[in-house]
Design a protein around this ligand. Structure first.
Ligand code: KG4
Ligand code: ZN
Length: 381
């Protein structure tokens, strides 16, 4: 029997039917995919972020699941110790050697395949240009190869936002708060109004506080970086044994170069009188230097609290590992009714976990970059 039905369907209808037969299941399938697997940036689904830090002399990588750290790997570059400071050219060369094994270790420790990553965050600046370029080039290539978003992070904002890493026993600050960022390259008081609304209200006019520690340590013949050594000896000494004049800088700004010179002259004078002066008094000298530095920092913090009316204080940066600063800050809770936030040790000195937490916040607001983004030795908030 001839197929009469066929004759009732026009070629156009037939095309439409075929089209709809394919299109409807396609739409249904994708809609159900979207419902079952919503965009991870919009809902509560887990995102995995690889973070890379290479601004100075530490090559670091971390993997985060949302705001939780799955791995945090740091390769310290010991090569600089023999030079008593960071040698930029050696730092970038060491980053090139370290970056692949460090990222590999971070992914392995987190038990995450690179294909599972949702985004890559890297330090854009501030820092040493040659060092920054190693991290940024690697991040760009990897994000491009995996076709995932690339996120640029300000290293100093990261020191502050490290307080938002989810950690048992650590409370996250609420806005607004004041952040004292103290590292080998920076000394700032920042008013933090929101994740990306920050204003520097005071900063050093010359040396950073970390340099004051490191240069004092060098004068005393201690290894580089000297901050942790000064801290260690200071715990055994008398902080009032020797008095050093505090600099007189107006407002909320700092100055540390005068203190370094005062320490140098003091030591030269004492050594001329007694060649064994340093060895015989190391604990007391370190305790007195540390006491003076802490006084300078605390005086400015008190002024900042007075001027802003904000009593929530967070510290960040390598020098926030200092036991004396931690103690002095904690004491303000009962003394002045401040609420203080002191980071876990591993998030004080340079690390990639802090870059990752900024990456997470930026991913939530889809603040992404393309691969033309440039590294910056100096960078504004
Ligand atoms: O944040 P960070 O690791 O690198 C920079 O961005 O600069 O800070 C490094 C600085 C160095 O100056 C180091 O001596 C200092 O932090 N530092 C300390 C202590 N631990 C690290 N300074 C004083 N006491 C410590 N316990
Ligand atoms: Zn730093």
């Amino acid at each position: 029997m001839p197929n009469t039905n066929k004759s009732r369907i026009s070629p156009r209808m037939e095309r439409n039917t075929i089209f709809l037969n394919f299109l409807i299941p396609f739409i249904v399938l994708n809609l159900s995919n979207i419902i079952q697997n919503p965009c991870p940036f919009m809902h509560n689904q887990a995102v995995f972020i690889l973070a890379i830090e290479s601004s100075c002399d530490d090559t670091a990588a971390a993997v985060l699941r949302n705001d939780t750290i799955l791995s945090n790997v740091v390769a310290n570059q010991l090569i600089h110790n023999e030079f008593g400071g960071v040698v930029p050219e050696l730092a970038s060369r060491a980053h090139q050697q370290n970056i692949v094994p460090v990222i590999d270790a971070a992914l392995r420790k987190a038990n995450i395949q690179k294909e599972q990553l949702s985004a890559i965050a890297f330090t854009q600046g501030p820092g040493l240009m040659g060092s920054l370029l190693v991290g940024s080039s690697f991040a760009k290539s990897m994000a491009l190869a995996l076709n995932i978003p690339l996120i640029a992070v300000n290293h100093m904002q990261a020191h502050i936002l490290a307080h938002f890493i989810a950690e048992e026993g650590f409370e996250k600050p609420t806005f607004p708060f004041l952040a004292l960022t103290i590292s080998g390259g920076h000394t700032q008081i920042v008013q933090v109004n929101d994740f990306f609304n920050m204003k520097i209200i005071g900063e050093t006019t010359d040396d950073a506080v970390g340099e004051a520690f490191d240069k004092s340590a060098k004068i005393l013949g201690l290894p580089y970086p000297g901050g942790p050594f000064v801290d260690q000896y200071a715990q055994l000494g008398n902080p009032k044994a020797f008095a050093f004049t505090k600099p007189k800088v107006p407002g909320l700004d700092f100055s540390f170069s005068g203190l370094k010179t005062a320490i140098l002259y003091f030591i030269q004078k004492k050594k001329a009188e007694n060649p064994d002066f340093i060895t015989q008094n190391l604990n007391d000298i370190c305790a007195s230097i540390q006491y003076t530095i802490i006084e300078i920092l605390m005086d400015k913090l008190k002024l900042a609290v007075k001027e802003t009316g904000i009593k929530q204080i967070a510290i960040g940066g390598g020098v926030s590992a200092n036991s004396g600063i931690r103690k002095a800050l904690k004491e303000t809770e009962t003394k002045y009714g401040w609420k203080t936030y002191i980071p876990k040790f591993e998030y004080t000195t340079d690390n990639a976990a802090m870059i990752g937490i900024v990456g997470y916040q930026k991913l939530l607001i889809k603040d992404f970059e393309n691969s033309s983004v440039v590294s910056k030795a100096r960078i504004q908030f």
